[in-house]
Structure formats: structure tokens, C-alpha cells
Design a protein around this ligand. Structure first.
Ligand SMILES: Cc1cc2nc3c(=O)[nH]c(=O)nc-3n(C[C@H](O)[C@H](O)[C@H](O)COP(=O)(O)OP(=O)(O)OC[C@H]3O[C@@H](n4cnc5c(N)ncnc54)[C@H](O)[C@@H]3O)c2cc1C
Length: 373
């Protein structure tokens, strides 16, 4: 049977990063995706600078990934109670349609030597010497980077996230908000909390707009559209599509063995913001490297994930738990409005590997007050 050192299921950001880092170890790499690229992926299209740092570390020309799309150097946040903070972020984010970004990133991996095949993975059977994929090929190590509904994760016997640790969001494209410029806008609400809408400018007069909340809230498509229109009145998006976000508060334990999980398949989405691309490329990069350990890859990947993201995950879980009370969010946003360093800490916690700092906790406590903001 056909044999590859590393087979990657899914050619999104996690899969492309896994392929790139496995290639660096000298492995032969096959990427399988059920879709041909370019393909759309329902997303806010916001890419944190830290995600590009990970890709630059893998030798990717990140300027080419974002070419043609203006950076977004500012972020505006509205708290559930209505407190608004707008500031420059420490570095600009990028907003690139995933149809473009993912195809460019996968091409970088293919240019480096990975092979792509259009194939929907259905069955995965780990054995002592390799992983049988659909009875058609054998992988020394299989990386499951097949997204929020991961087949590979299911094959490991790992259940999907509970509904209160899974979000669902709807997105479309609309003209920028009046005067929006290069500002990413996030609007939270205490109705159906935790929930928020966003408008992320692409730099060509259009914006990616959307709305999301927890699956446990029971929202259907009509309720998501209603949430979007309530928080971004007057915005009439086209191409609305919904998708689930497995939050890191429900992430499974990476098992031992030859099957690794990365990105949404590993439930790495930030529970505060729904951002997942940074965690996808980081975990993909770690998986590609761990794959060199063969039968010991699972344990190596688990250790690497814990070392790199453990402290952040503990902070994000704690922040997510205490932000259950909207007044806490109001206080944190007021504190961020008063102090750029608190703002930077909050952004790093929400978009990258930041922690819940003593500075943020103390500042939020000082700004905690009952009643309207
Ligand atoms: C509405 C919405 C807005 C979001 N906004 C943002 C944002 O602004 N910024 C941000 O950082 N994150 C955002 N996220 C999260 C982000 O989209 C994900 O975290 C990210 O796409 C995860 O990357 P991935 O490579 O793990 O999975 P994906 O990007 O989902 O890629 C998985 C790939 O696997 C393929 N696949 C699936 N099943 C199989 C199979 N059986 N066999 C073969 N291939 C398969 C799919 O075709 C796909 O190409 C948002 C998510 C949603 C739903």
C-alpha cells in the first residue's frame, strides 16, 4: 500500500502549517482535503500578527500571504453594557478573505514539496507501524487538521465539544461602516451573552461582518441574523453562512500514538473572541515537528502543546469563566480604555497567547461598578 511519512487531513491553516513543519524534518508529506483550493471557509477573516509570526518562522513569505489587503491597525470594542474603547493595537492585524489566504498558504506548502490530493477522509485505523487511511494509504503519522467537524478526532473516540463550549457564528460581506477606515469593530451585548458581532474591513471598501454566540443558546439561523442586525443596524450583508467554533475550554487531551490533532479539530478556538487561526497555525507547526517521533508523536505533541499554550489556556479559561458576568467585561473594557498596556494585555489574551495579567485584574477591579457604564 502507498506509504507516506506524514499525511495531513485538511489543507486549512492548521494543515498547511503542519505540512510545512513536517517538510522541515525531511518527511514526505501528503495533504488530503475534501475540497479543491481555492475554497471558502466561513470566518471573520481577521488574522492576528502572531499567526503571521508563526508562519514566518516556518519560512513563509507572509507579505505575499496578505498582499493586496490593507492592514487594520486599530480595534474598537464595545462592552455588553455599552463602554467603548478604540485604540491602536501594538501591531496591525490583517483581514484577508480565507478563500485567498488559505490557498496562498497551502500553495507555499506545495511549493516546498508537499503533495496535495482531493480526498475526503472517512476511516482512520491506527496500527503499530502506521495509520491506515480509508484502506488506501498508510501514514507514519496522521495529522487531523480537518476542522470543527473533524472525522479524525471522531476516529480517536473523542467526542465533540459540549454545546456550552461550542460557538456558532454567521458571516457575510457588506460595505464598511461609515468612517470605519482600518478599524476592526467588535460589539458585544448582554442579550444572549456571551455574544458579539464584528465588522472587519478588507481595505477595499468591503467588510467581513458577522455575529456569533454559544450553541447552548439554541440559536437558529434566523436568531443569528437577528443578532447581527441588532448589533450592526443597517448592515445588509451578502453571502451569509454559518459554521461552528470548538472553544478551547472544551479541548480534548491529545492521545498517545500516531494520530495528532491540530487547529479546530483539537478545539483550540479562543473562548473570548472566536479567533482560531493563530492557534491553528501554531498547533499545526507543533504537530508537524512532533510527527518525527513516529509512535511517540502523540505524547510529544501533547507535551509541546502544553508547554507552548498551557499557561494561555489556563488564563483564557479563567477569563472566560469570570466574564460570564457582563459587568466584569464592562470593567475590563473601561480599564482598557484608560490604559494602553491593559488594552494590549486584553488583546493578547483574546487573539494570541497572552495571559490574564495582574495588571489587567487589578485595573478591572478598580473599574468595577454596578449599574450602567
Ligand atoms: C463565523 C466565524 C468567524 C471566525 N472569525 C475568525 C477570525 O476573524 N479570526 C480567526 O483567527 N479565527 C476566526 N474563526 C475561527 C477560524 O475560522 C478557525 O479557527 C480556523 O479556520 C481553523 O483552521 P483549521 O485549519 O483548524 O480548520 P479549517 O480552516 O476549517 O480547515 C479544515 C480543512 O479540512 C477540510 N476537511 C474537513 N473534513 C475533511 C475530511 N473528512 N477529509 C479531508 N479534508 C477535510 C476542509 O475542507 C478544510 O479545508 C472564525 C470562525 C467562524 C465560524
Amino acid at each position: 500500500m502507498e506509504r507516506w511519512d506524514v499525511v495531513v487531513a485538511g489543507g486549512g491553516p492548521a494543515g498547511a502549517a503542519a505540512a510545512l513543519s513536517a517538510l522541515d524534518t525531511g518527511a514526505s508529506v501528503l495533504v488530503l482535503d475534501r475540497a479543491d483550493f481555492p475554497r471558502d471557509k466561513v470566518c471573520g477573516d481577521g488574522i492576528a500578527p502572531e499567526a503571521l509570526d508563526v508562519l514566518a518562522g516556518l519560512g513563509v513569505d507572509v507579505a505575499a500571504l496578505t498582499a493586496g489587503y490593507a492592514p487594520a491597525p486599530r480595534l474598537s470594542l464595545r462592552s455588553p453594557g455599552g463602554a467603548v474603547v478604540e485604540r491602536a493595537t501594538h501591531r496591525p492585524s490583517s483581514v484577508v478573505p480565507r478563500e485567498v489566504f488559505d490557498a496562498r498558504l497551502l500553495t507555499a506548502a506545495l511549493d516546498r514539496g508537499a503533495v496535495f490530493r482531493r480526498h475526503a477522509v472517512r476511516t482512520v485505523r491506527p496500527g503499530p507501524d502506521g495509520v491506515d487511511v480509508d484502506g488506501a494509504l498508510t501514514a507514519g503519522v496522521l495529522v487531523g487538521a480537518d476542522g470543527a467537524e473533524s472525522v479524525v478526532r471522531r476516529a480517536l473516540g473523542l467526542p465533540r465539544n459540549r454545546d456550552d463550549r461550542m460557538a456558532v457564528a454567521l458571516r457575510g460581506y457588506a460595505p464598511e461602516l461609515p468612517g470605519q477606515g482600518g478599524t476592526q469593530v467588535l460589539v458585544t451585548t448582554d442579550q444572549r451573552w456571551p455574544a458579539y458581532a464584528w465588522s472587519f474591513p478588507l481595505g477595499d471598501g468591503r467588510a467581513n461582518v458577522g455575529y456569533g454566540e454559544l450553541v447552548s443558546g439554541g440559536a437558529n439561523r434566523a436568531a443569528l441574523v437577528e443578532g447581527l442586525q441588532r448589533l450592526l443596524p443597517g448592515v445588509r450583508p451578502e453571502g451569509l453562512r454559518a459554521h461552528r467554533l470548538p472553544l478551547s475550554t472544551g479541548r480534548p487531551r491529545q492521545p498517545d500514538g500516531r494520530v495528532l490533532l491540530a487547529g479546530d479539530a483539537a478545539s483550540l478556538v479562543n473562548p473570548m473572541t472566536g479567533e482560531g487561526i493563530f492557534y491553528a497555525v501554531l498547533s499545526g507547526a507543533l504537530a508537524g515537528r512532533a510527527a518525527a517521533a513516529g509512535a511517540a508523536a502523540g505524547a510529544a505533541h501533547r507535551r509541546a502543546l502544553r508547554r507552548r499554550l498551557g499557561p494561555h489556556h489556563r488564563s483564557a479559561s479563567a477569563a472566560s469563566a469570570i466574564s460570564r458576568w457582563p459587568v466584569v467585561m464592562d470593567a475590563a473594557f473601561r480599564a482598557a480604555a484608560a490604559d494602553q498596556r491593559v488594552f494590549d494585555d486584553v488583546v493578547a489574551l483574546g487573539l494570541a497567547d497572552g495571559r490574564l495579567t495582574a495588571r489587567t485584574l487589578a485595573a478591572a477591579a478598580r473599574h468595577l461598578r454596578p449599574g450602567p457604564p
